[in-house]
Design a protein around this ligand. Structure first.
Ligand code: MRU
Length: 326
């Protein structure tokens, strides 16, 4: 089943000596591209969420290390700056460290680094498909699935993590449908997941984040599937802010809460969720929507980008290899 060709877009594209990204800040209005030639372009793309989603950030960072080698940048300094751009998604440091290991082994010539970045990209695409197949085993015909943020093709080097499960089930003709959480403050659900699912022809309905609990109470949600930015050794899950409240609501209503994530999202050096650094974002992302001010000037804000869902609330984690029941 070639789901990627049905979606018909490339989130990340290697262009011999630079990287072309879909500019996700412009979706769904425009499908335009952002080319990364310089280190500052990559850092800007990460910080402004031109490219976002843990696996997609990892793949892009691997290509950034290949560009660094082509252009003769200081590899250690580049690695450090890339890793610092977004602290929560562990795939970023995972990919950069894998590229640095090649450099430090003495086998990190430019050709080998370009090849390694491509391998990381291809592996990610394959992992997405396996996650989709593994997760699909738990999806029953007609299920109404709720998802949060965007864990789709726009967030990975392949067909997604949570959305991979949804795509596989949909194209296996299970007649599923999807509730798309808008995902305040940056609206990755409304802007990106709704765009992707519509493009793939998956039946979906957009809701605001605060509608999920009442939908669950009226038995209109059969399961929730999200992605993850980092999973600790005890299987606590860091993911987009709002994920924890979905898991709590699932627990209260007896609804399964699933997470789909590749091996590159697991961080066994973090014993539990408390040791995961949570990225803080600027208040402007809360006080404005698409550049329009919605709160009074000078109001104080609090804007963590992610939250931690304790493992007790996670029914199963789908990886590319197995289904883990925390
Ligand atoms: O801030 P973002 O848009 O990078 O956050 C993305 C998420 O939280 C995703 O759910 C996660 O990275 C998994 S993507 C397959």
């Amino acid at each position: 089943m070639d789901i990627m060709s049905k979606l018909n877009f490339k989130t990340i594209e290697w262009k011999d000596d630079f990287v072309r990204l879909i500019d996700q800040t412009k979706l769904p209005g425009e499908l335009t591209f952002y080319d990364c030639h310089e280190l500052a372009d990559f850092i800007d793309a990460f910080k402004r969420l031109v490219v976002r989603g843990a696996p997609a950030i990892g793949v892009t960072a691997a290509y950034a290390m290949a560009v660094a080698s082509i252009k003769g940048w200081d590899m250690t300094k580049t690695a450090g700056e890339l890793i610092d751009a977004r602290p929560t998604a562990v795939n970023l440091s995972w990919a950069v460290k894998r590229m640095m290991a090649l450099v430090e082994s003495g086998k990190g010539d430019t050709i080998s680094l370009m090849a390694e970045a491509k391998v990381i990209h291809d592996e990610d695409a394959r992992m997405c498909e396996s996650m989709g197949e593994i997760g699909d085993k738990l999806i029953k015909p007609g299920m109404r699935i709720l998802t949060h943020c965007n864990a789709g093709a726009l967030a990975t080097g392949g067909i997604g993590t949570a959305l991979a499960v949804i795509y596989v089930s949909h194209f296996n003709d299970k007649g599923i449908s999807v509730w798309v959480d808008e995902t305040r403050p940056l609206l990755q659900g409304a802007r990106l997941t709704a765009w992707e699912l519509q493009r793939a022809g998956v039946p979906c309905k957009l809701i605001t984040d605060n509608m999920a609990a009442s939908l669950m109470a009226s038995r209109q949600v059969d399961c929730v599937i999200t992605g993850a930015d980092r999973i600790a050794a005890n299987y606590d899950v860091a993911n987009k802010i709002g994920t924890y409240s979905l898991a709590v609501n699932c627990n209260y209503h007896g609804i399964p809460f699933y997470v789909a994530a590749p091996g590159s999202t697991f961080d066994y050096e973090c014993p539990d969720g408390r040791s995961i650094e949570i990225e803080m974002r600027v208040g402007e992302e809360i006080t404005t929507i698409a550049g329009n001010r919605i709160a009074p000037e000078g109001i104080d804000t609090y804007s963590p980008a992610f939250d931690i869902t304790p493992h007790e609330l996670v029914t199963a984690i789908f990886t590319e290899k197995e289904m883990i029941k925390p």
